[in-house]
Design a binder for this molecule. Sequence first.
Ligand code: NDP
Length: 318
Amino acid sequence: MSAPQPPVPQPSAPASQHSVPQPSVPQPSAPGSRPPVSVLGLGMMGSALAAAFLAAGHPVTVWNRTRSKTGPLVAQGAVPAGSAAEAVTGGGLAVVCLMTNDNVRELLDSLGESPVGRTVVNLTNGTPAQARELAARATELGIRYIDGGIMAVPQMIGGPHAYVLYSGDEQAFETHRPTLAALGGTTFTGADPGLASLHDLALLTGMYGMVVGVLQAYALVRTEGISATDFSELLVPWVGAMLSGAPQWAAAVDSDEHLTDVSSLAVNQAAVPNFLAAFRDQGITTEFFEPLKAILDRAIEEGHADDGLSRLVDLMRA
Ligand code: NDP
């Protein structure tokens, strides 16, 4: 899967646990002093991670379930491990990037007694609850566990716009931060191992909301033969201008002050049926927008007609 490019992070000082974490600028180690790294999982992302460590001068050990995928990295100087346990015990920091956290759990369970004292950084996509479970299992095994969320596609890894969110064992993270900087910016989100995943999923939630809206807009204009490419010239600045209001929505959410002089929920509730009707008239799906109508209707029923859209955050609690 090729995900859209995440926003360009603005480097700044590392954040405290209670503020919004910001990526730090990659700080490579001095030449000749780079510690060894193992990379477990050599799919599109894992291969990019291993290549970035190699490019930064780290000795790299690689392991993949399908051994043939180690070939290109071995050709670049990586050393293939005979087993996952060998990779974790023999190569310093172990960076894991598999398809799912179930795969990671199986991998941890296959390590036996050997990994005691090792540090594992798990960059597999997953949920906060999965990260906490894996951290607990790693602790049972004597492993220092760091969870992570990659805010980049493979082609961006090691480049100026990539960054990775981390959470979990902070001391281990600080020890290995210079090594992890080979992948891009390093953003520590807190000692709770679930926090990197939470931030990752929240950032991707914003992205998917934008993607769904943009694709629905293209579908709508295409019903009249209008070029999506031409329409994008109108859409991109419009969406960008609307997104610039996000800090004001955030202030309303944080202060729980939702009264608005911009556009009330009543106005939005009156307008959204027009979108649904137009989609039907033009022959495109309403399935992405039906939930928007439902939550607006509920907001009005619950007495929030004069509030702005920021009020919907309250109604999103399941
Ligand atoms: P790929 O499909 O390219 O690779 C999947 C990897 O998982 C392979 O190494 C595969 O091994 C391994 N794997 C799958 N099942 C098992 C298993 N049961 N036991 C051991 N290993 C297994 O995926 P990506 O590399 O693209 O993605 C990996 C992770 O990175 C995912 O969690 C993804 O969400 C995340 N990610 C990916 C991004 C991207 O743009 N690609 C962006 C950000 C995060 P084998 O070769 O043997 O099949």
